[in-house]
Write a protein that binds this ligand. Structure first.
Ligand code: IDP
Length: 157
């Protein structure tokens, strides 16, 4: 593993899928120089929703969150790159799109806290990225490949 190989879990949520934003979001991550390692267009069931959002179980918004995330398909992905988890979080913007900076995904594409377009693993919760990847993907669904522009993205390749 080089330091370019940090993996993070990213998901276009049902609102992003319904609004036709999968391509826009993938485009931003690709253009940044991150590398796609896995992708699955899928429907989240109740059980997976509870596992994924377990930390919010006691929150008043939990039932609404489960209902929302299971309401339609999502695009679940694994992206790889240097400091990928924190970089993706910066690109996403704050949880509430109404407060997110313009230029961020939520700040450009959303207006409502409950429908904030994208999920990315929390960089302040060590191991959250790998836990979420394990929850959504089998190891054989992830692709280990060389991206030919790596030497133009990273100085030390
Ligand atoms: P994050 O998605 O930026 O990591 P978290 O605090 O982990 O934010 O919350 C998970 C998701 O739960 C948010 O993305 C949002 O969709 C939803 N959520 C968080 N707080 C609220 C709230 O106060 N009301 C409604 N939904 C919320």
């Amino acid at each position: 593993m080089s330091h370019h190989d940090e993996r993070t879990f990213v998901m276009v949520k049902p609102d992003g899928v319904q609004r036709g934003l999968i391509g826009e979001i993938i485009g931003r991550l690709e253009e940044r120089g991150l590398k796609l390692a896995g992708a699955k267009f899928m429907q989240i069931d109740e059980e997976l929703a509870h596992e994924h959002y377990g930390e919010h179980e006691d929150e008043p918004f939990f039932d609404g969150l489960v209902e929302f995330i299971t309401s339609g398909p999502v695009m679940a992905m694994v992206w790889e790159g240097a400091d990928a988890t924190r970089q993706v979080r910066q690109m996403m913007g704050t949880t509430d799109p109404a407060e997110a900076q313009p230029g961020t995904i939520r700040g450009d594409l959303g207006l409502d806290l409950g429908q904030n377009v994208i999920h990315g693993s929390d960089h302040e919760d060590p191991g959250a990225n790998e836990r979420e990847i394990d929850l959504f993907f089998d190891e054989d669904e992830l692709v280990d490949w060389e991206k030919s522009d790596a030497e133009w993205v990273y100085e030390d390749v």
